[in-house]
Design a protein around this ligand. Structure first.
Ligand SMILES: Nc1ncnc2c1ncn2[C@@H]1O[C@H](COP(=O)(O)OP(=O)(O)OP(=O)(O)O)[C@@H](O)[C@H]1O
Ligand SMILES: [Mg+2]
Length: 271
């Protein structure tokens, strides 16, 4: 459990970044508690990837500070890189290799012992055991994303950045990825994800920060953010299902995550 006295896993203060004349981050501040899921929510071009690239030491900020696990990204880059993994907007999976080989390759690159065992455990954890022997090029978008997330877990980094983990996926695949992200956080990993989808932030995040015009214009739990608006006047109309609910009912996919207790499809094959 995290408490308010735990030092933040990620701390961002006064972060600024311009590309030439284009100011993208204009003083961004937020903290992410260890073991929590934090969503950076913003439209296309809001600066989400820019912020993630600064936090993962791929890009230097113009001003401000950022720390990850207490390490300053500007001066302790190697320590930061040891503490994180980054899953980018486009999956890093090698299509020629099988899922299992992709995982083993990362384990070997990280000089871990028993890469085969590590691969098998992760395949099971992300419901990919049956697909593990197939070339990743044959995977659906959702399977590929799950494999990508599994790869990012090798070496057990305490902090994971997921840049738009479900962009381009169909509703069913998104739910599979959401389950994978919840699985991550359940083991105490700190997750910072970026998204342009309100429902994704709503489903996954313990706290949500809205990045707009280069600044965080709102930050809090879902309930706190909802509290920013006056409650709507209640009108007595039947609740219509959302298009997503209809779509999933028609294709026979899992129920919406709100009904997760009754979910039937196996989301984990752990023994
Ligand atoms: N290397 C670069 N050089 C110049 N401009 C850039 C560069 N990278 C990003 N930008 C611009 O900075 C702004 C923020 O880009 P960024 O990729 O951080 O946004 P984003 O929130 O991740 O968007 P998306 O949701 O489309 O991924 C955009 O206007 C983009 O065009
Ligand atoms: Mg982006």
């Amino acid at each position: 459990m995290t408490t308010t006295t735990d030092p933040p896993a990620i701390r961002v203060q006064g972060l600024e970044k311009s590309y030439g004349d284009l100011p993208v981050l204009r003083g961004v501040d937020f903290d992410v508690a260890p073991g929590s899921i934090f969503a950076l929510l913003g439209s296309n071009g809001a600066g989400k990837t820019t912020a993630v690239r600064i936090l993962s030491t791929l890009l230097k900020a113009d001003r401000g500070t950022a720390t990850v696990q207490g390490f300053d990204v500007a001066t302790r880059g190697a320590d930061v890189r040891e503490s994180i993994s980054l899953t980018g907007q486009f999956a890093a999976v090698d299509e020629i290799l099988t899922g299992r080989e992709n995982l083993m390759l990362v384990a070997e690159l990280r000089h871990l012992r028993r890469p085969g065992e590590i691969a098998d455990a992760l395949l099971a954890r992300f419901s990919l055991t049956e697909a593990g022997g197939r070339r990743a090029g044959t995977y659906s978008g959702g399977m590929r994303r799950r494999l990508d997330i599994a790869m990012s877990l090798i070496g057990s980094p305490p902090v994971i950045f997921l840049d738009e983990p479900t962009t381009g996926l169909d509703p069913q695949a998104r739910i599979e990825v959401w389950d994978a992200v919840r699985e991550l956080a359940s083991t105490g990993t700190t997750v910072l994800l970026t998204t342009q989808y309100l429902d994704e932030a709503e489903q996954l995040a313990d706290r949500i920060a809205v990045l707009h015009d280069g600044r965080i214009i709102a930050e809090g739990t879902l309930a706190e953010l909802k509290g920013l608006l006056p409650p709507a006047r209640v009108e007595y109309v039947e609740k219509q299902p959302t298009l997503e609910e209809v779509f999933l009912a028609l294709v026979g996919g899992p129920p919406t995550p709100g009904d997760a207790d009754t979910a039937t499809p196996p989301t984990s094959q752990e023994q």
